[in-house]
Design a protein around this ligand. Structure first.
Ligand code: HEM
Length: 119
């Protein structure tokens, strides 16, 4: 169930993100809000999952490292997303960074679930 909700969340984030990218600036306010809201909801959901897992039994070193890496990647995606939505005429690298960080976040989240699959 946790995996299904997480997958649906990421699919919605990527769909709304791709839509924003295709339409370009000025971004549609509704779609941008939806993209941000789903992102924040997914982050809160992942934090709650990690806290619950940690309550059952403290996180192993591998799990902790996977959580920290995922958290940092998510933070990077949020920061680059914030910059993209707030400024115009940015260097293309910001766009690329947002995309790369998003993909790495998904991979890192998969790793996080794999690390904790025996719980
Ligand atoms: C809450 C903060 C976020 C904001 C303000 C934000 C904002 C944006 C904006 C403005 C775009 C359009 C970029 C463009 O025109 O190139 C975009 C695209 C995108 N976003 Fe976000 N985003 C946020 C969080 C995230 C997160 C957490 C993820 C995934 C983990 C994500 C994944 C994507 C993807 C995959 C695209 C499409 C990129 C492309 O196809 O080039 N975003 N986002």
């Amino acid at each position: 169930m946790k995996i299904v909700v997480t997958v649906v969340g990421f699919v919605l984030i990527f769909l709304t993100g791709y839509w924003l990218y295709r339409v370009g600036q000025p971004f549609n306010a509704g779609m941008l809000t939806l993209h941000k809201l789903i992102s924040v909801a997914a982050i809160v959901y992942l934090v709650v999952i990690v806290l619950n897992i940690n309550k059952m039994a403290p996180l192993s070193k591998g799990e902790l490292i996977a959580c920290i890496i995922t958290g940092l990647l998510l933070l990077g995606a949020v920061v680059t997303g914030g910059v993209l939505s707030a400024a115009k005429n940015l260097p293309a690298v910001v766009q690329t960074l947002h995309k790369v960080l998003s993909i790495l976040t998904v991979l890192s989240t998969v790793a996080m679930f794999l690390f904790s699959r025996r719980r």
